[in-house]
Design a protein around this ligand. Structure first.
Ligand SMILES: [Fe+2]
Length: 211
């Protein structure tokens, strides 16, 4: 709330939670927010780790967007050895008709490297989500440079709070202020950009129609 957020998609690391329990847990939290008269809209989602593809039923719970343009958040791996698993999972998700929102590509060197597959992902319709924490320098110079590069080139659809708790609070305001100081208006990346993802979804051009 203090960061100006009105809608929060809750995206726990999927491999660490019981996905089936997420809708009920989010409903419980939503009820608590109403009791406390906190006007924050929340929804269940999740961040998919490369090499840990959820089941078909779980994907239905995790996906966002309108029925024919649904998408999931797939994490660009922090460990370089998982880059092949990332691309395999990305292909599989797209072949099942899910659009991709790629989480923190700026933190994934093999993906950002020339020929690393980022351009191809963008061509098939994937969207990019950069961490606010990368843009505040919390993940080091390399992630900062890569994140700023993506934002500057207009390749980013949304900034993520990447909030994990009191030790990693939301940094959306700080990130947009830092970008504004560089002459970059990042407000759409925390406003219209993510709202558009939720409202209009993501279309993948790799969809393999059922035989
Ligand atoms: Fe992540």
């Amino acid at each position: 709330m203090a960061d100006g957020s009105a809608i929060v998609i809750c995206t726990p690391h999927v491999h660490l939670v019981d996905v089936g329990s997420l809708p009920e847990r989010v409903r419980d939290l939503d009820a608590a927010l109403r009791v406390a008269q906190i006007p924050l809209q929340i929804a269940a989602g999740g961040e998919i780790r490369a090499g840990a593809l959820p089941t078909a039923d779980e994907l239905e719970i995790l996906a966002q967007g309108p029925p024919d343009r649904r998408w999931v958040l797939l994490e660009a791996p922090l460990e370089p050895q998982f880059i092949d698993a990332f691309h395999a999972d990305a292909d599989e998700l797209e072949s099942r008709g899910y659009g991709l929102l790629i989480g923190h590509p700026e933190r994934c060197e093999p993906l950002m490297a020339p020929g690393g597959g980022l351009e191809e992902r963008l061509r098939t319709g994937a969207k990019l989500q950069v961490n606010a924490s990368s843009l505040t320098g919390a993940h080091g110079q390399r992630s900062f440079d890569a994140g700023l590069n993506l934002v500057t080139r207009g390749l980013v659809a949304a900034l993520a709070s990447d909030a994990h708790g009191p030790h990693r609070p939301p940094l959306l305001t700080e990130a947009t202020r830092l970008l504004a100081a560089r002459g970059i208006d990042a407000i759409p990346l925390v406003g219209d950009g993510p709202r558009q993802l939720l409202r209009e979804g993501i279309v993948t051009r790799r969809h393999r129609p059922a035989a």
